[in-house]
Design a protein around this ligand. Sequence first.
Ligand SMILES: [Zn+2]
Length: 419
Amino acid sequence: MALRLYRTDAYLVSFTARVVAHVTRKGAPALVLDRTAFYPEAGGQPHDVGVIAHVRVTNVIEDADGEILHILEGNTVDSLRPGDEVQCCVDWGRRFDHMQQHSGQHVLSQAFIRVAGLDTVAIHIGHSDCTIDLPASALPSDALERAEREANAIVMEDRPILAYEVGDADLPAIPLRRPPKVSGAIRIVEVKDYDWSACGGTHVRSTAQIGLIKIIKAEKRGAETRITFRCGSRALDDYARLSAATGRLMEALSASRYEVEQAVQKLIAESRADRKALQEAQARLIAYEAAELLAGAADDGELRWVAQAFAGRDPSELRALAKQLMGASRVVALLGASGDKAQLVFARTQDTTGDMAAALRRALAALSPNDAAKGGGAPTFAQGGGVPADQSQVQAAIAAARAWLRDQPRATSVNADKS
Ligand SMILES: [Zn+2]
């Protein structure tokens, strides 16, 4: 079994080791070494990457027997023989980031116990965010702020973080946050006089190296609450990004740093009011337009035909116009709009007959002989389209529908009343 160098020195980056075996893991070459500073994915902390004998290590895993496998890129492992001494190097940037997050998690988990009595039930150190799950569906109102302040106070006190092993006999004397998952000699990670955890992970030397601990959000997840946080350089990157965005908003809104939110809220309220006013104005405009179309409608004595192709108009406006026209009597409205996705809206008033859905099918066939235009509806209202067409093509489609409707036997309720 490989000697786990990271357990006694989390800062060891460069080391030599002997090859014990090379194996294949899911088609990828992997090395077993006699000693390693590479951390395998475990306990919520992601694995290291780095280099062994100039070959990239892309993954490090611990197999079921507790053996550590260093997964290599490519298939260059063939040149390495058991017994060969190899030079190894852990990617320090990634490792130190994981150390900051993991140590920060221990401090934050203890802080939540102290301010809210909530013990962490699960942790995750992700690529960008880290999370801890707390066993409560809701937290006391100020728990987040208090836990964050407490955790950062511990950071600023620059407490040593120690790792040591204890046997079963000594374990009861240690105020562990959670009971250990393994038996025998237990590795304890202690934030001096503050937190004691059974943990196999890599940690910074003292709390100051964690840097800022920032809670990003809290989400209810069933009976638990998931706290998302970032530590150290990740928290600094997040702050820098948000600060730059705030700066741009300050400039755009001519607002000071802490007044940006108020300025945005004002803008949102104004935008809502503007949209409402615009909708009202559009509705009035549609009413005028409908009246004008009706005045120019072709009245054949029984029906008033409003057949109109518009240039590139929104389907919602066509529907609003049709709806407005349906407020009159004896009206058949055959409306259309040209564009990349041409639209047709056909409607008739209840005091007439004629199948708008059937008329639409004629128009769609005229618009696109290959059946690409789709649509449908009911006898009184139908809409469709979706194919590119210019205004004259839309006008021709409407004319086809109108001609078809005119040829249908008229059994309108108007006629029925007359007979
Ligand atoms: Zn841990």
